[in-house]
Design a protein around this ligand. Structure first.
Ligand SMILES: NC(=O)C1=CN([C@@H]2O[C@H](COP(=O)(O)OP(=O)(O)OC[C@H]3O[C@@H](n4cnc5c(N)ncnc54)[C@H](OP(=O)(O)O)[C@@H]3O)[C@@H](O)[C@H]2O)C=CC1
Ligand SMILES: O=C1O[C@H](COP(=O)(O)O)[C@@H](O)[C@H](O)[C@H]1O
Length: 508
């Protein structure tokens, strides 16, 4: 991997502390960083290099999945870090930064490969990109890349404006838009699993698949993010980006050896084939909810309106469920159900594929006793794949009973999303970053929903914290004869498996 200078805007912030430093450290331990690597952290507050390095070390101790117990490794890692004060609006700070970058490049005798990571509020993306160009930081003899955090715009128009501004300073192939769901190992495996398994390839169509359910629910509430979250809600925070990316990754068909360009093109095709919603149809296909007081894992929690920083009149959505259809030859008439929400009963990110039951109409007894075949991709907090099949139960007069074929991975062996993504950006591999075309098409699809919410055309359903969202989200599926497959009605009885192994379980 080529020697690189990693320039981190927002080096004193929460994301840097919790995700970026631990990811860099884990890559360092795994020898996945360039041999010559320089990090320059930026923030408004005055810090010496020593204090900055101490802060980074503290973040490793708090958040790294790897042990931080070898003083030699920790020291070698921290030696790469320098700090410079920068206020995004101060031109002279960029000149100071340029001098420091060049000085470090000279000291380490490395080419001018510069990776700029914008871990700051979205209001600064534009000015930083422009200043990188104007200050000369972007005029390198090597390559330059820009990693940009979410949110990418607030709606279709603002996303287009932001992209237009960024494109003055960086070409599309130099922009790496983070969607951390694309860095999750199981999401990255979806592509490989399909390419490497003819059985999955063969089944991946509307001939065999009855419906697809994509869930990302969490027990946490708004936490300390009222200022941000109350303006975006679940629709912008999760649905427009993470959930639609999961839908794209699941539904693309990829031949073996597909390039990153082909992956992006296929994802774009999916978004283009997504049946558009008219504003007037939103209420039929989208459910929005807001949590009220309840109990989560035995603990009483307040409702959204009583959270710090949220007003009693807030109409913000903390839960979204939607029914979507992809109008292409593979997926026509297969409903995709998506739901995401805060303060639900469990933390679970998963994709469930429910298979059709072609013989169902021919035998009433068969119909009564079997369960649908399910293929479940567990993404978070556990990672695994489960296939639910039916077999006969000799102990119960030959009744059908579901069995689960199950593969789970131990969490400590799984790289964090940010590790995968930073590693890819260092190598210049854009496969698991959001291309502008996808971002624009996602906003385009979501825009009528935003408009319908704005005009109050969609009821905001209350749901108790600790539930699975409003009942209306269940009705979305019930109308088509389906129900959400949750942990409690599928694999609740799978034991936790330590290490990486295959297992076979019955579900009785
Ligand atoms: N935290 C998270 O879990 C996630 C965050 N994100 C995104 O990552 C980005 C960063 O978030 P987060 O770390 O939580 O934010 P924080 O508020 O914790 O940190 C913001 C950073 O920006 C710096 N900053 C603020 N104002 C200026 C300025 N005028 N000039 C220069 N630097 C400035 C701060 O430095 P200082 O105060 O020292 O000046 C600080 O380092 C955001 O876009 C957020 O949406 C995305 C997903 C998850
Ligand atoms: O991007 C975000 O994601 C988190 C959930 O991420 P996960 O990796 O824990 O599933 C969500 O809590 C947050 O609101 C959102 O901004």
């Amino acid at each position: 991997m080529e020697a690189t200078t990693f320039v981190l805007f927002g080096a004193t912030g929460d994301l840097a502390k919790r995700k970026i430093y631990p990811a860099l450290y884990n890559l360092f331990i795994d020898q996945k960083l360039p041999a010559s690597f320089s990090v320059i952290g930026l923030g408004r507050r005055e810090l010496s290099n020593e204090v900055f390095q101490k802060n980074v070390e503290q973040s490793l101790r708090s958040f790294s999945r790897r042990a931080v117990d070898d003083p030699g490794s920790v020291k070698a890692f921290l030696e790469a870090f320098r700090y410079s004060v920068l206020d995004v609006g101060h031109k002279e700070d960029y000149q100071k930064l340029l001098q420091l970058v060049e000085q470090r490049e000279a000291e380490l005798n490395i080419p001018q490969n510069r990776l700029f990571y914008l871990s700051v509020g979205p209001e600064f993306f534009d000015i930083i990109a422009t200043s990188i160009k104007e200050s000369g930081l972007g005029s390198t003899k090597g390559w330059k890349r820009l990693i940009i955090e979410k949110p990418f715009g607030h709606d279709l128009q603002s996303a287009r404006e932001l992209n237009q501004k960024l494109s003055i300073s960086f070409a599309e192939h130099e922009i790496f838009r983070i969607d951390h769901y694309l860095g999750k190992p199981m999401v990255q495996k979806l592509e490989v699993l399909q390419q490497a398994n003819p059985v999955l390839q063969a089944l991946w169509t509307n001939h065999y698949i009855a419906n697809v359910q994509i869930t990302a629910i969490e027990t946490v509430g708004v936490e300390e993010r009222a200022g941000y979250y109350d303006h975006v809600g679940a629709i912008r925070d999760m649905f427009q980006n993470h959930m639609l990316q999961l839908l794209m990754m699941l539904s693309i068909h990829l031949p073996k050896g597909s390039t990153s360009e082909e992956v992006r093109l296929k994802k774009k095709r999916i978004m283009e084939a997504l049946e558009p919603l008219q504003k007037e149809d939103v209420a039929m296909n989208v459910v929005r909810g807001q949590y009220t007081a309840g109990t989560i894992q035995g603990k009483a929690v307040v409702g959204y309106k009583d959270e710090p920083g949220i007003g009693q009149d807030s109409m913000n959505d903390t839960f979204i469920a939607a029914r979507l259809e992809i109008d292409d030859v593979f997926w026509r008439e297969v409903p995709f159900y998506i739901r995401t929400g805060k303060r639900t009963q469990e933390k679970s990110t998963r994709i469930v594929i429910e298979f059709k039951e072609p013989l169902k109409q021919h035998s009433s007894t068969y119909e009564e006793k079997t369960n649908p075949n399910l293929l479940i991709f567990e993404i978070n907090p556990n990672e695994g794949i489960t296939l639910q099949l039916n077999t006969k139960d000799p102990q119960h007069e030959g009744e059908f009973k579901p069995i689960l074929i199950d593969f789970h991975t131990s969490r400590k062996d799984v790289p964090e999303a940010y590790e995968n993504l930073i590693y890819d950006a260092l190598r210049g591999d854009p496969t698991f970053f959001a291309h502008w075309d996808e971002v624009e098409l996602s906003w385009k699809w979501v825009q009528p929903i935003l408009n319908a919410f704005e005009e109050n055309l969609v009821p905001l359903h209350p749901y108790s914290a600790g539930s699975f969202g409003p009942d209306e989200a269940d009705q979305l599926l019930a109308r088509d004869g389906y129900h959400w497959c949750t942990n409690s009605n599928t694999d609740q009885k799978i034991e936790t498996i330590k290490g990486e192994q295959y297992a076979y379980h019955t579900n009785d």
